[in-house]
Structures are given as structure tokens and as C-alpha cells.
Ligand binder design. Structure first.
Ligand SMILES: [Zn+2]
Ligand SMILES: [Zn+2]
Length: 148
């Protein structure tokens, strides 16, 4: 991630936390940065393993609880998962996912025609749309190569 983008994300993160009355401690900032620095839509465990190298005193429980709080106030997003383990990302911009059912890899991509998909008229009830995400499940290139 380039520095300007990272700076902007951090700024947004801090102002969102403040507007929700959440204090931005150095530890919380480190957790956010560890997640923001990963393109892999990591689980709490993966974020913890990334962090513990530089912050040996941090506990898994702290990382886990902090990520849940971040997701609750909307500074990060929970993404779909095939394994039942909650995974997260900081990219709140509209984008879509290719999700490998073998290795669990989630690859981001953007497509304006997918962003413009209308809500089907036969969708049940009335629903206020806050976001849209299309998830393509399949087998990634690497897993396909491994098989053959
Ligand atoms: Zn794969
Ligand atoms: Zn994503």
C-alpha cells in the first residue's frame, strides 16, 4: 500500500473512532495498521501473528476483541468466509471478491457494472441497501496448478 493511501486510511480510522467515542490508543492503531497492511482479509489469528513479532506483549484476546469492536462501529468490515472463522478487511470502498474454496484466499477486484446491479424486484420485503458485494466462489489459479 502506498504511503499517501495509508495516511488517508489512518486519518479516516482515527476520525471514525473518535466519532464513536472510541479512544485511539497506540495498540488499537497498531492493530488497525496490521490489518490495513494485509491484502489477505486476515482472521483475528492472522492479525495477531503479524502483530506479535513487533508487539510481543499483545494478547490474542486483545486483538480479537479489538477487531470485533472495530467491526461493530464500522471502521473495518467483516467479510464472508467458507471456514466459519471471521475475517476482516479495512477496505470500505465498494469492491467484489473472488473466493477460493480450497485455500480460502480472497482476491479483491472492482467492477462498476457489478456496483450498479439493481435489487431484484422479486427480492423479499423492502430493504434499504447499504452496500453490495458480489462473491464468486471457485478455485484459484495456484490451487488449480497444484492439482494437476
Ligand atoms: Zn486457492
Ligand atoms: Zn475485499
Amino acid at each position: 500500500m502506498n504511503e499517501a493511501r495509508e495516511g488517508k486510511m489512518t486519518e479516516e480510522f482515527i476520525s471514525r473512532c473518535r466519532s464513536h467515542g472510541l479512544k485511539v490508543t497506540p495498540q488499537r492503531l497498531a492493530i488497525f495498521r496490521a490489518l490495513a497492511g494485509s491484502k489477505e482479509h486476515p482472521s483475528a489469528d492472522a492479525v495477531y501473528r503479524r502483530l506479535v513479532r513487533e508487539h510481543p506483549t499483545i494478547s490474542f484476546d486483545t486483538v480479537n476483541r479489538t477487531l470485533l469492536t472495530f467491526a461493530e462501529i464500522g471502521v473495518i468490515e467483516t467479510v464472508e468466509s467458507h471456514s466459519g472463522v471471521r475475517r476482516y478487511e479495512t477496505d470500505l470502498m465498494s469492491h467484489h471478491h473472488l473466493h477460493c474454496v480450497k485455500c480460502g484466499r480472497i482476491i479483491d477486484f472492482t467492477d462498476s457494472s457489478l456496483d450498479d446491479i439493481p435489487v431484484p424486484s422479486n427480492a423479499p420485503g423492502s430493504f434499504t441497501i447499504l452496500g453490495k458485494r458480489v462473491v464468486f466462489s471457485g478455485i484459484c489459479e495456484e490451487c488449480r496448478k497444484k492439482k494437476s
